[in-house]
Write a protein that binds this ligand. Sequence first.
Ligand SMILES: Nc1ncnc2c1ncn2[C@@H]1O[C@H](COP(=O)(O)OP(=O)(O)OP(=O)(O)O)[C@@H](O)[C@H]1O
Length: 297
Amino acid sequence: MTSLLQLKAVHRAFGDRSVLRDVTFDVTPGRLTGFVGANGAGKTTTMRIIMGALAADSGTVTWGGAPLTRDDRRRFGYMPEERGLYPKMSVSEQLIYLGRLHGLGADAATRNVDALLDRLGLSERAGDKLEKLSLGNQQRAQIAAALVHEPDLLVLDEPFSGLDPLAVDTVLTVLREYTARGVGVLFSSHQLEVVERLCDDLVIIGEGAIRAAGSREQLRRAHALPRYEIRVDGDAGWLRDQPGVTLVDLDGAHAVFDLAAGTDDQSVLRSALDRGPVRVFRPVTPSLAEIFREVVR
Ligand SMILES: Nc1ncnc2c1ncn2[C@@H]1O[C@H](COP(=O)(O)OP(=O)(O)OP(=O)(O)O)[C@@H](O)[C@H]1O
């Protein structure tokens, strides 16, 4: 198990423009934390501050309760927005070099690189210069570079952009191996469907401020509308006259409706059953994309 990373009230301005305001969230060991926000929302700036590439104007970043040190950061794996590998050097050569820079012995570095390239499906390209690889494979190599020294925490800026669905699954499987060992992973993305599928925890940032943070389930519950879906055998049009019901969508036997506060969903269900069989009756949980639109509006 590794430590908890905590950001508290982090502020950062460029000139007189405030780009991070009171940024507070945690990256919990063993969990995949998705960091989502529109272009320019402040994701990269936040990650640079975590990695020490940029200083915060105020606020704290702590690791296991103590201020982050350079040594701590050396134990982190970082995939920066501006990818950092050399185009003209072979994939395995530079990964081994990076592993050694992080303090691994030659044997351990070679072993780690071989294993990682295998896991990421890049073994056959190990001897190729990076620039000869497809963009998707270059991206996998960049991810390998963040993992080569067996980091305690991963900070990955858009690791899934430019990957096809199969590659997303491969990378996800590898990241899950890290979280299973207790490593915390923070990854940014603006692909909500990807984040929705992958993350345990979620941090939503909009214009430099955290709009929502918590586990996927917490966010879903917190933003759950009193909305229901129903499918009956006959026509569901009677719902129009049902007290406390506002129809959102009606299509013959299928309807989506909102319930006014204090209205008992079971009484609606009973009314439906009085009229015939009910095939579906369930609360509708909002998708991440809907929550995102709601909180960044
Ligand atoms: N060095 C800098 N000097 C001035 N402004 C900057 C600098 N770096 C970032 N910014 C501004 O800070 C804001 C946040 O940028 P940041 O790159 O953190 O956003 P982001 O959420 O990562 O966006 P994207 O998804 O587009 O990468 C943007 O408005 C950006 O223009």
